[in-house]
Ligand binder design. Structure first.
Ligand code: AMP
Ligand code: ZN
Length: 462
């Protein structure tokens, strides 16, 4: 199976060819840890989680290394500590833990490495020293800056702009000590109340971009396969990462494939606190929206299109997943459907993959239905994982009903297999008396709860 991916670097969809098929390497820019992840932050996590799953499916689980960092040194974190009176360490540790819980709830597998920036300061210092030595960076008023004019041939290539275009279009902070207004900070001085590390340029802290260059090099090497993040990071963050890495490592390429997800909006508007449509992943989970519903809604839009979160989509997703959950209860997962894999292999066409799931569930005719493939494909896409479903209270109630019906049906089928048809039919009658209408196929069943459904009558059936 060949995978095609849209590569921002060359601006087209190209066949993915790993540098080494038994060692596929991917880096994705992670969160700055000072607050709960908002719903938009979950989008890249889910997008690249699907890619991680696909790569593992195609190349083997042991053949893929996925790195996503935690930015735990940043002025936003410092500001949060100052205003709350809490320590930086406390805030970053707590937020990191929240992030892991919330992303697990939306069905994302943990990356193989989740490096924290503060654990890689020596590597950053070393890289900055190298850049200075080669004339790509300079020291000015306690800062170290990357000199974009020292790499005119490469700077701007990812986002397709020249340095002069950028200056014309950007609202950059024009510090007097910058040689070129586009020069960016590699290291800056820290005063007493600000976190800092000793360095050849005095006590200070890194600028934002250098951490990804240092950590990806340490964990994945100088040139790796895929680099991802939201498209708001393309410029300046990714452009700066590339400049730092290529100049420090003397390579002409940091990553072969650059991938960017589009932004998430809410009911057609940019999510913002002032519009009152800003919410975190945790807000939704606390309202009883199961994590897998959040995931399903995200997957319904292709990652390179703006995604609109709407209440209507949430309701639809919840209905669909509930139906598929019921259909696949008690079914042993088979093979992941090849059309689902094919859809994902076409630049992560997750909405097409969902269409394929509908075919498996409904079929154009009865013959096409395949519950074993449906179950396997859902699990492959990170859906139907019990942990995420438990987040929804309504679903917890629902699960108890499921468990009892499943137990009754398992008992019925066991009796039938033992040719004890009378007792087997008694169970079906008891279900009916409890208000559960069961429709049986050869090796699966579906049920509806009728108007006189009485959960208390379910308890005693088996
Ligand atoms: P941050 O913590 O702000 O650096 O963001 C972490 C990740 O979330 C980055 O990959 C961003 O591109 C991504 N991101 C932030 N806002 C949104 C949004 N509204 N929609 C999609 N992705 C976003
Ligand atoms: Zn980064």
């Amino acid at each position: 199976m060949t995978i095609k991916l849209y590569n921002t670097r060359v601006r087209e969809k190209v066949e993915f060819q790993p540098i080494k098929a038994d060692d596929v390497r991917m880096y994705v820019c992670g969160p700055t840890v000072y607050d709960r992840a908002h719903l938009g932050n979950a989008r890249p996590v889910i997008v690249f989680d699907v890619l991680n799953r696909l790569l593992r499916h195609v190349y083997g689980a042991d053949a893929v290394t996925y790195v996503r960092n935690f930015t735990d040194v940043d002025d936003k974190i410092n500001a949060r500590a100052a205003e709350s009176g809490r320590s930086i360490g406390e805030i970053t540790a707590e937020t990191t833990q929240w992030y892991l819980e919330d992303m697990a709830a939306v069905g994302a597998l943990e990356p193989d490495h989740m490096p924290r920036a503060t654990a890689y300061i020596p590597q950053m210092v070393e890289m900055i020293e190298g850049l200075i030595a080669k004339g790509h960076a300079y020291v000015a008023e306690g800062h170290v800056l990357f000199a974009v004019d020292s790499w005119k041939e490469g700077y701007g290539a990812l986002s397709g702009r020249t340095v002069d275009d950028m200056i014309a279009g950007a609202r950059v902070e024009v510090a007097p000590y910058k040689r070129n207004p586009m020069d960016f900070v590699l290291w800056k001085p820290s005063d007493e109340g600000t976190p800092g590390w000793d360095s050849p340029w005095g006590r200070g802290r890194p600028g934002w971009h250098i951490e990804c260059s240092a950590m990806s090099k340490a964990l994945l090497g100088e040139t790796f396969d895929i680099h991802g993040g939201g498209n708001d990071l393309m410029f300046p963050h990714h452009e700066n990462e590339i400049a730092q890495s290529c100049c420090a490592n003397d390579t002409d390429r940091m990553a072969n494939v650059w991938m960017h997800n589009e932004m998430l909006q809410v009911e057609g508007k940019k999510m913002s606190k002032s519009l009152g449509n800003f919410f975190t992943v945790r807000d939704l989970l606390d309202q009883g929206v199961p994590g897998e519903v959040i995931r399903f809604v995200m997957l319904s839009t292709h990652y390179r299109k703006p995604m609109d979160w709407t209440e209507k989509k949430r309701v639809e997703a919840e209905k669909t997943l509930r139906k598929w959950r019921e259909m696949t209860k008690g079914v042993t997962a088979g093979e992941v459907d090849r059309r689902v894999v094919a859809a994902l292999s076409d630049d992560l066409n997750t909405s097409k993959a969902i269409t394929e799931l509908h075919y498996l569930a409904q079929g154009l005719d009865w013959e096409q239905r395949d519950m074993a493939a449906l179950k396997a494909s859902l699990v492959f896409l990170g859906l139907l994982s019990d942990d995420t479903n438990l987040e929804g209270q309504s679903n917890q109630r629902h699960d108890r009903v499921d468990i009892l019906i499943e137990a009754a049906m398992a008992a019925r089928w066991a009796l039938r297999a033992a040719k004890q048809f009378e007792q087997a039919d008694e169970i079906r009658e008891s279900l009916k008396a409890a208000g559960v209408a069961v429709r049986e196929a050869k090796d699966s069943y579906e049920y509806d709860l009728t108007a006189d459904f009485d959960p208390s009558k379910l308890e005693g059936i088996v």
